[in-house]
Write a protein that binds this ligand. Structure first.
Ligand code: PHE
Length: 502
């Protein structure tokens, strides 16, 4: 029988009577463990080898575990100090014992918790007594730590669990594979196996020399187990952002671009947000210091925006009757919403004057000084969008959302009347979480009011929105906590294995 060289080497190193570990086979055959493993699976497919697997657990001491193995456990130090001070007969003050036992910092709490747990005695209102029946010499946790420190094995699962929960050991599992010859394998060996001249890859040399025509190529076993490779991949939230962009482009929208750090003028003033609005104070806003202010603002626009704030727009315009200061508007901050891109585009600052119909979007980060919780991070991706047309109504707005969310399988959007200084009417959007069944807020929207549009020079209707990408992701994937998806607490395993389903 002819077999590829590695398989012949593995077959020769295998035995019919004993199971031999692949690592031993590999070193005897002079092969890498991965190649030997692959060959073993191929031989198993041919019926010549049997591959068995077992899980081996290894236990290693953590740094803290090593320290205790050497110096003893804090609860035992407390026990000894207490015993020596006569706590078997009368109460002794804890304060005194802590000093005598040489305990400080975290070790005090650790000693107290485990002293009580192991029944070495009682601590009551700062007084310690020891239980004279206790047997600290036989402390199984200390003994296990010492055995492990000497390289020995501990079989008692219960003790290992306790050490694990104290963070004194780390347990890990690995799969060990062993092989033995099958009857067919023995027969094949007796009849004789020899290495076939096979090649496992095509090289440029083979192509130029023409040798490729004469060689036999190794078959690939695409089902063979191979070591896991973890290549770089796109973050699942980024994949979701890409998907949103595809959907919006499919709906006829164009992407907007603009600065992450921007002047308050574009972030707030152009949106008819009064300068004393609570969202504009220092709590909600991440100000920027260097530079502190924007260099350039279009003068005539500043004038029109100021007039709208002071006097309002139109004959019955009221305005805010509150101070408006250009210097204040020039201050820079991380944008708290991406509606700054919308105001730059509507004002003609980004792409020049725009005539209807127009549809624009962006999926970019916005920053808010919120309190961290399951649905809030200090930054989020906002799905900004707007449509300009001769005439628009709330039905157009709702219809656009229905169409958009349907493409993510979300068909039960709800709307709630809301207030924004720059839209009238305004609506918040809600969706039901597929797992918790809670209604969660997923966005904010409305039709821009004349006080915003007129100073920007827009004479048509504009409807607009800001939706949260993370919330959409929670509804579309069932994720329950934003911090599981994005941010420092995210599990690497999740990032490596999460499937984003289109
Ligand atoms: N800027 C709003 C927010 O961040 C979203 C919005 C944009 C609402 C445009 C209406 C119009 O919540």
């Amino acid at each position: 029988m002819q077999l590829p060289e590695t398989q012949v080497a593995v077959l020769k190193a295998a035995d019919a009577q004993t199971q031999r570990d692949i690592t031993d086979i590999a070193s005897e055959a002079g092969e890498k463990p991965e190649s030997a493993t692959r060959a073993a699976f191929e031989l198993e497919d041919r019926g010549l080898l049997e591959v068995t697997e077992r899980v081996e657990e290894s236990v290693t001491l953590t740094e803290e575990g090593e320290r205790y193995a050497e110096k003893g456990l804090p609860e035992l130090a407390l026990y000894e100090a207490a015993f020596d001070s006569g706590a078997a007969d009368e109460q002794v003050s804890l304060g005194r014992l802590i000093g005598e036992a040489g305990l400080d910092g975290d070790a005090v709490d650790i000693a107290l918790a485990n002293f009580a747990r192991k029944g070495y005695g009682q601590v009551d209102s700062g007084e310690v007594t020891v239980d004279s029946d206790a047997d600290p010499d036989g402390d199984d946790e200390l003994q296990a730590l010492q055995t492990l420190a000497e390289g020995g094995a501990v079989a008692d699962d219960d003790v290992l669990d306790r050490l694990d929960s104290r963070g004194l050991v780390e347990r890990s599992e690995r799969t060990v594979r062993a092989v033995s010859l099958t009857d067919d394998g023995v027969t094949a060996m007796m009849e004789g196996v020899e290495a076939a001249e096979t090649v496992d890859r095509l090289t440029p040399e083979m192509l130029t020399s023409g040798e490729w025509e004469n060689v036999e190529f190794t078959d690939y076993n695409v089902e063979a187990e191979a070591s896991e490779i973890q290549p770089g991949r796109k973050h699942s939230l980024r994949q979701m952002a890409d998907r949103v962009k595809d959907v919006l482009v499919g709906m006829g929208f164009q992407e907007m671009q603009g600065p992450t750090v921007d002047a308050d003028f574009w972030i707030n003033d152009c949106l008819f947000m009064p300068q004393d609005h609570p969202a504009r104070t220092h709590w909600g806003r991440f100000a920027v210091e260097n530079p502190e202010k924007i260099d350039h603002l279009p003068e005539d626009l500043v004038e029109r925006v100021e007039r709208a704030h002071r006097e309002g727009v139109g004959e019955d315009g009221e305005g805010y009757h509150s101070p408006w200061d250009e210097d204040f508007a020039r201050h820079l901050a991380l944008r708290g919403h991406t509606t700054s891109l919308t105001s730059r585009h509507l004002a003609g600052e980004a792409l020049g004057d725009l005539e209807p119909p127009q549809r624009f979007f962006s999926v970019e980060k916005a920053y808010r000084n919120d309190t961290l919780d399951a649905t809030h991070l200090l930054e989020f991706f906002q799905i900004e969008g707007w449509v300009m047309a001769e005439e628009l109504s709330v039905r157009d707005l709702f219809g656009t959302f229905t169409e958009f969310y349907e493409q993510f399988g979300i068909t039960d959007i709800q709307f709630k009347p809301h207030y924004n200084p720059y839209t009238e009417p305004s609506f918040e959007l809600f969706g039901r979480h597929p797992k918790t069944e809670e209604l969660i807020e997923i966005g904010n929207s409305g039709i821009f009011r004349p006080e915003m549009l007129e100073p920007l020079g827009i004479e048509h209707d504009v409807m607009a929105w800001g939706l949260a990408l993370e919330r959409l992701m929670m509804l579309a994937t069932g994720a329950e906590d934003i911090r599981d998806v994005h941010g420092t607490l995210v599990d690497l395993e999740y990032l490596r294995t999460e499937e984003v389903i289109y």
